[in-house]
Design a protein around this ligand. Sequence first.
Ligand SMILES: *Cc1c(COP(=O)(O)O)cnc(C)c1O
Length: 482
Amino acid sequence: MATVKFFSGEQIPLEMHKVCIVQKLQLPNIERRLEAITEAGNNTFLLNNRDVFLDMLTDSGVNAMSDRQQAAMLIANDSYAGSETFTRLENKIKEIFGMELFLPAHQGRACENIISQALVSPGSIVPMNYHFTTTRSHINLNGGQVEEAITDAGLEITSTNPFKGNMDIGKLNSIIEKHGPDKIAFVRMEAGTNLIGGQPFSLENLSEVRRVCNKHGLTLVLDASLLADNLYFIKTREEKCKSMSIRDITLKLASLCDVIYFSARKLGCARGGAICTNNQEIFVKMRELVPLYEGFLTYGGMSVKEMEAITVGLDETMDEDVISQGPQFIAFMANELNKKGVPVVTPPGGLGCHVNAMKFVDHIPQNEYPAGALAAALYIVSGVRGMERGTMSEDRNPDGSETFSDMELLRLAMPRRVFTLSQVKYAIDRIVWLHENRHLIQGLTFVEEPKILRFFFGKLKPVSNWQEELVKKFQADFGDSL
Ligand SMILES: *Cc1c(COP(=O)(O)O)cnc(C)c1O
């Protein structure tokens, strides 16, 4: 779709698919939305879907499947052992990543559990471009520590750097020097770096990381959950890769890694997870954990129907028309917001449009969760559900103090092929209104606070009656409109 030019000169993302099945949506009125967010403890994770109009919480397990994926689900083979469904998925992984050994797991974090148990021990260090919530928790549970080596550009909210997910090679070298290579469990690279706005790394950068790993005999693990977006950005932003096919880029990336794992809730547009490698020794260590935590080696906790859908989904990921849809819709949303003065992460990345809450509500201190407050406010004024990616997504330090996150982002995920452009325009319209009225938004404070991954089930309340004031202003401006 990159090749279609418009006579008007406008840049409009053009869908290279048509809609075959639809699901009805509801937009509850603003009084109900205020009630719903209150019941949910101001945590968008706790909203019921019937109260949500556009669900931009996540792209996990909610991407629209293709007709070919749905058709494949019908031929799933349910034998406990020796299932043909397993063989088809195993062969597809070999074809796409060039990796011979494959272990199934029920989702991405299950892969992280297995990899961490197999490779991390007390005192281990895991350098990475940037952490992901579940990844870091699994490494910590096994006694290891994460050290981040993201380039400085990666933490600049607005930038023109095309590869903000790159690892800083100098920082990686210092981490290795500081701890010694023996302490390093593995080096982890995350494609489409989730928590800093879905930002990609370049093929060039991964090659450099590989060279450092070779020098010190270190294992390189790739978290490929958000690889589809990263592939699209490599293909369109990295000069040397413009003439390569998506398949060739994928094989080249994979050839640089010792272990690849992914959440098939994202990569492959279905629900499941996979670990693959060519390293027999690491494979054997991980293999014994799969029947213990996941299920027998030919399904690993996944339904065979989903496995068939992953096989086709991986194949479709090698099609530029398929993987460009997410990034192009995200770029449209981010660019429109940017034009209207709303602070967003640039360049637009994958996964979703990321609003910079630190600036949007710069009057809210980090210990009152600006991104969480903005997520609650946006839901109230639009029925759009986003996700807090900021200090609420961090856990407290052992002494009870807060870990202030580098960024306070409201993530508006763009599940692939799910929303129409009018729906995206509606979301933009309400965000712009909210930005005009941002002074009305105030902070949140915890009333129920879990110790680990508190953002999933913690409950909060507003620090004042600001939400009622916001509703009043909305009603004054929009009348009886929803
Ligand atoms: C979602 C995600 C995971 C975890 O996958 P789940 O299937 O949700 O368990 C791991 N890494 C990254 C980069 C992700 O985006």
